[in-house]
Design a protein around this ligand. Structure first.
Ligand code: GLN
Length: 382
């Protein structure tokens, strides 16, 4: 065997694969890994079929189908009032995770530091390590809001990037305008690039706005914004996302993208472009998921789990201290095996050991699935 480099310390199997496998083995309802258990709009599936029949089967433009980039530019303008140039500032990616990975590779050199707000989605740190750089975890506060003072103290002369995520996975918190201002001040003062993971952009509840980095002139000028068609159109397995960034950042991104992913499935891109023509396809998403959140929360109120607030995303975090002192991974395993409902422990999203008695459920499920999960949880945890 050749000697393998040890670029990724502690990289085992992702928690999402592990909990989905355990759910399968245990016959549990899988509220762990974040994906819908319902089908996408048949019109979208038909649009992709049509595109294949019409010959969208060979390599499309490297940066993405021009029509999809144009429709995405129109959508972003409608959402945030910012005009991204589809030719120079928008790139179609093979999902959000790849977009974040590539953005990090083109921003970081060996020995650089990237700030992550923890709990942080589990693909971020390995992508930083792959660049021979160092992830620096800064904890969110007690209620999972950013503590910008604390972020400031973690900045060093080697810090190049700050990676933020709103709506936040796993906590469900969302940024407000004050967060964007604070982030902007830090990024300006220390000349940091920003990667803003906004894959849950349409799942923001109770009338709150989605405070995208795109809404902030100064921030947008130094940011990669990452979005996901998979999340927005209930097709997570299709792995199609996008990156919006000013032209020089986009050029750097594409320099690497062309030699890794190169292009993304053209029929899927054409189908998405057709689907984006009607803004109603995404404008109704917040109330759709808010109703699921409310149904799920109302059911959990009949258990001794304590509900944390869920302002956005499709995740509900709960505190189980009233029921158990088990560490989070053991509690999630127990819940999956014995109660028949899989969840994700938050402890896996930290660089330092952290046990708060919190697990995350995904409520992007059919009502019948949520009701059966609630029946099991109420039966075991009342
Ligand atoms: N983003 C999804 C989640 O947080 C799943 C991602 C994955 O499975 N890699 O559950």
């Amino acid at each position: 065997m050749p000697v393998l480099p040890r670029k990724l310390p502690n990289a085992g199997t992702t928690i999402f694969s592990r909990m989905s496998q355990l759910a399968l083995e245990a016959g549990a309802i899988n509220l762990g890994q974040g994906f819908p258990d319902f089908d996408p709009d048949p019109a979208l599936v038909e649009a992709v079929h049509r595109a294949m029949r019409e010959g969208h089967n060979q390599y499309p433009a490297m940066a993405g189908l021009p029509l999809l980039r144009e429709r995405l530019a129109t959508k972003l303008h409608l959402q945030h009032g910012r005009a991204y140039d589809p030719a120079l500032e928008l790139t179609i990616s093979a999902g959000g995770t790849q977009a974040i990975y590539t953005a990090l590779q083109c921003l970081l050199e060996a020995g650089d530091e990237a700030l992550l707000l923890e709990p942080a989605f589990d693909s971020y740190a390995p992508a930083v390590y792959a660049a021979h750089a160092h992830p620096v975890g800064v904890p969110l506060d007690e209620v999972y809001r950013p503590d910008w003072q604390r972020v400031a103290t973690a900045i060093t002369p080697r810090t190049r990037v700050i990676l933020v995520n709103s709506p936040h996975n796993p906590s469900g918190r969302v940024f407000d305008d004050a967060d964007l201002d604070a982030l902007h001040q830090l990024a300006e003062r220390h000349d940091l690039a920003v990667i803003s993971d906004e894959v849950y952009e349409h799942m923001v509840f109770d009338g709150r706005p989605h405070c995208s980095v795109a809404r902030h002139e100064g921030l947008a000028a130094r940011s990669f914004i990452v979005g996901s068609f998979g999340k927005t159109f209930h097709v997570t397995g299709w792995k199609v996302g996008y990156v919006a960034a000013p032209a020089p950042l986009t050029a750097a991104f594409r320099a690497l993208h062309q030699y890794t992913v190169f292009t993304v499935n053209p029929a899927v891109q054409k189908g998405l472009a057709d689907h984006l023509q009607d803004a109603a396809h995404w404008q109704g998403l917040a109330p759709f998921y808010q109703a699921k959140r409310d149904r799920f929360r109302a059911g959990l109120a009949g258990t001794r789990l304590r509900l944390l607030s869920c302002e956005g995303s499709y995740f509900q975090t709960v505190d189980y201290h009233a029921l158990s002192n088990l560490p989070e991974t053991e509690f999630a395993d127990w819940l999956t095996r014995e109660v028949g409902v899989a969840a994700i422990p938050l402890s896996v999203f930290y660089s330092q050991p952290q046990e708060r008695g919190h697990v995350r459920f995904c409520f992007a499920k059919r009502d019948a699935t949520l009701d059966e999960a609630l029946r099991r949880l109420q039966g075991a945890l009342a």
